[in-house]
Structure formats: C-alpha cells, structure tokens
Ligand binder design. Structure first.
Ligand code: FAD
Length: 462
C-alpha cells in the first residue's frame, strides 16, 4: 500500500536525488521518490556513463593503428555500430535496475512518474492523480540541454540526449559548442570514424580551463582530423534530402548527416510549481540555496544541477548526502565546492584540479611560479603518432603551496584524482619533489619538474 504521508519526498531519481533518498531512509526517515524518465538520471542514462563507454569505443581506432607499429597484424578494423549500441544500452539498463534495487532495499517508495510541488508540504503526481504529504521536499530534477541561441532549423539538430538514440554512425557530423560535452563528443565521433567538424563561437575551446590545456587541445584536435571552426556561429540548418545543410557565419555551407548542439544546459525547474511556494529562480532557472542546500522555504531543499553550483555527478551526490545528514541525521553538513577535480574525456584527455594560471595570478599576482613539461609520450616514440603530453603545476612562490595541477594526455583523468588528494591536504611543491618517481610513466614528470617554466621576473600573462 503506497504511503500518503512521508518524511521526505524526493523529486528526481538522478545522482543527487537517489543518494539523498537512500541516506535519509538509512537515518530512519520514511522516504518516497518520483522519477519521470529512468532511474539513474542524466549521468547513468544519458551522460557520464554511456558517454565514457563511447569514449572507450572511439579510442580503439588509435589502438588498431598503433598496434601495427608494435608488430601486430590487425587486419582492417570495422565498426559495427549496432553491437556498440546494443552492449552500451544493455549496460545502462543493468545500472538502472541496480538503482531501483538500491532504493527498494533502502525502503524508499519509488513512483515512476512526474511529480510537482503543490504547497510547502504536499507533492502531486498528476499521472496517477495522487497527492502525498511530505515533511520535507527535495528538488533534485537536474538540468536539460538547450538549443542556445535558437536558430532557424534548430529542430533538425540533436542534443546530447539524441546521441544515444542514433541507430547508425554519422559519416559526417557537425558538433556545436566549446564546453566539455561538445569537445568530448567531437573526439568520440572522430575516433569512431565520422568526418567531424567542431564549431564554437569563441576563439578557443574549454573556457575557464587553464590556457595551456585549451591551447594543447586546440592543437591536438586538428592533428586528429577534427576540423575546428572557431570564432564562428551556426546561422541556419536546412534539410536537403538525406543530408542536413548547415550555413555558418563565415559563409560556408557544410553538408552533414547529423548536427549535435551542445551549447548549454538549463536547470529543469520549469513547471515544477515553484511559484506556488514562492521560490524564485535565477535568470536561467536555477534554484538558489544556502550551503546546506536549503531554499527560501524551510521545508524545501534542492541539490544537484538544478542549483547550478558545480554541475558534476560527484557534487550532486555529495550535496544529496549532506542534505540527508543535515535534515535527517542530526549532523549539519555543508558541501565544500572549493577544490573540485575534473576530467574531460577528450582524446587527448584532460585532468585538472585547483587554480588555472590565470586565476592564480589574479589572486597571487607575480608570486605565482609555473612548472611545466610538454613531451612526446613514450608509446608515441614507436607509433610515430604526432601527439604531446602536457603537465603543469601552479605554485604560490612564498608559501610553496601547490595551487593547481593541469594535465593533458593519456589517463589524465585517472592521474588527477590522486593529485587532488595531495592538493586537498595542502601539498607544497617540496612535497611533490620529495615523492619518488614511478618510472617509466608520464606522471613521473609531476614529481621531477625542477626548473620553473616562468618566474615572477619573466612572466607576462595575457
Ligand atoms: P540528474 O542526474 O539529471 O537527475 C534528475 C532527474 O530528475 C532526471 O532523471 C529527470 O528525469 C528527473 N526529473 C526531472 N523533473 C522531474 C519531475 N518533475 N518529476 C520526476 N522526475 C523528474 N558529470 C561528471 O561528473 N562527469 C562526467 O563525465 C559527466 N559527463 C556528462 C556528459 C553529458 C553528456 C551530460 C549531459 C552530463 C554529464 N555530466 C558529467 C553531468 C552529470 O550528469 C550531472 O551533473 C548529474 O547527473 C546531476 O545530477 P542531478 O541529480 O542533479 O540530476
């Protein structure tokens, strides 16, 4: 028998909502959760996980090529998209089931439908017509991709959601955007053999990242056959028989099979009933919250992408967990958004934590010291592949404290996780230097960089 009254109603079964529901139930709360699409949310169903599986798939083309230089006879590799899609979708379905079981085991009642806020203590499920009283409501509805700015023929393009529905590999694809999602998918399609153009209105990819990462990727992508159209916008899309015709601001017309627009995501707060309880969102629809994820209404909190703080899965999970500990565990917990390591699963990959050089100089001025290495990875000495690995450490000279680490190259996402532990502990450059190198690896550069690349005496930062 479904409950008509709960201690906590969670709207949204993604990273933040599921964690909050499980932890609150563990603290003894009666919890219900509604998910209108598929349990697991963006990350599991159409974000991090299926994307990373596609990244793996895309990197085999390099491996096949490189293997020949190591003596392997690999024949002519051929991609069967239907096998890739089937196996990827099966894995996602498996994870979705696990999410359902986790909630069930925790005693959370799950409603597979849309939920709306009726008042500060009531949630309605319009699909089934149910109305549930809740001591506390958690908004964990995430964000959705947007077509921004709107253009003529925009409905002919797909967003990142559509990538996972493609029934065949596009022979030619145009990817729009300069953020991590656009960059990652451009790398994926190029690796899978699509003729790929990446168009971005800015003059460099990955705004907000360290400039050496931006420059490094900007140099690497054309070498991998990805055509970059920077400082350019998309004016119009038209269908011409089987193909799409994209008119660019520089006057060029590209004929492609698919267009992926990855220019932004907006909090999914529209139509949720926030106006009924007096919660005002910001200009993009984000729900304002304090460090404990509380909204302006005492019985309503919000976590994850809908709050637009740091739109990453581990952050949504932490916010959900901290919310449950605060409200139901008697342990007020604020989430620290200060030091967030991230990976960008482009090829070459990026791993980054802490301050970029520009941000560090804005705060510490001429005291910033940079250590940097750019080198050909060992494997490329035999494969002949034209690629570089870049490693950079940003240090505050007077305290010797490491402010940021930025990596471009193989396994950068894996390496940066441990660098983040060191930075979180307040590591100094001397701590890095004291660490014995693991040889032969790329990451040993991080502990063997002795000479400042630029010093406060010679630097000129633009
Ligand atoms: P979501 O996971 O989006 O969950 C919200 C859920 O609420 C959804 O399932 C939605 O269907 C449901 N919902 C919405 N409204 C209602 C309603 N009214 N009633 C019921 N249910 C509702 N992050 C990383 O850390 N690493 C990555 O590599 C990474 N890659 C990404 C790649 C892509 C292509 C995308 C799009 C995102 C990626 N992200 C990545 C971001 C990550 O997916 C999000 O930060 C994370 O999923 C946010 O979790 P959330 O709980 O806030 O929202």
């Amino acid at each position: 028998m479904a409950r008509d009254e709960v201690d906590l109603f969670v709207i949204g079964g993604g990273s933040g909502g599921v964690r909050a529901a499980r932890i609150a139930a563990g603290h003894g709360a009666r919890v219900a959760l509604a998910e209108e699409y598929r349990l697991g949310g963006t990350c599991v169903i159409r974000g991090c996980v299926p994307k990373k599986l596609m990244v793996y798939a895309s990197r085999f083309s390099d491996e096949f090529e490189d293997a020949r230089r190591f003596g392997w006879d690999v024949g002519e590799p051929r991609l069967d998209w239907s096998i890739l899609k089937r196996n990827r979708d099966a894995e996602i379905a498996r994870l979705e089931t696990i999410y359902g079981s986790l909630l069930h085991t925790a005693g959370v009642e799950t409603h597979h439908e849309r939920a709306l806020i009726e008042d500060a203590g009531t949630v309605v499920l319009p699909g089934s017509g149910r109305r549930i009283k809740a001591g506390h409501i958690l908004i964990a509805v995430g964000a959705t991709p947007t077509l921004d700015p709107p253009i003529d023929g925009g409905e002919l393009a797909m967003t990142s959601n559509g990538v996972f529905d493609l029934e065949r590999r596009p022979d030619r694809i145009l990817v729009i955007g300069g953020g991590y999602i656009a960059v990652e998918f451009a790398g994926v399609f190029a690796g899978l053999g699509s003729e790929t153009t990446l168009l971005h209105r800015g003059d460099k990819l990955l705004r907000g990242f360290d400039e050496d990462l931006r420059d490094g990727l900007g140099e690497a992508y054309p070498k991998r056959g990805i055509a970059l159209a920077l400082g350019t916008t998309l004016e119009r899309i038209e269908r011409a028989g089987e193909v799409l015709r994209a008119t660019l601001s520089d006057g060029r017309v590209l004929e492609v099979d698919d267009i992926l627009v990855a220019t932004g995501r907006r909090p999914h707060s529209g139509g949720l009933g926030l106006e009924r309880v007096g919660i005002e969102t910001d200009e993009i629809g984000a729900v304002p919250v304090d460090v404990y994820s509380r909204t302006s209404v005492p019985t309503i909190s919000a976590v994850g992408d809908v709050t637009n703080r740091a739109n990453l899965t581990p952050i949504a999970i932490r916010e959900g967990h901290a919310f449950a500990d605060t409200v139901f565990g008697g342990k007020p917990t604020a989430v620290d958004h200060g030091l967030i390591p991230t990976g960008v699963f482009s090829t070459p990959e990026i791993g980054t934590v802490g301050m970029s050089e520009v941000a560090a100089r804005a705060r510490h001025g001429d005291d910033v010291v940079i250590y940097k290495a750019s080198f050909r990875p060992m494997k490329a000495t035999i494969t002949g592949r034209d690629e570089r690995t870049m490693m950079k450490i940003v240090v505050d000279g007077p305290t010797d404290r490491v402010l940021g680490v930025h990596l471009l190259g193989h396994d950068a996402g894996e390496i940066i996780q441990l660098a983040a532990v060191a930075l979180g502990m307040g590591a100094t450059k001397a701590d890095f230097d004291r660490t014995v190198a693991v040889h032969p690896t790329s990451s040993e550069e991080l502990v063997t960089l002795r000479t400042p690349f630029v010093t406060k005496k010679s630097v000129a930062v633009g």
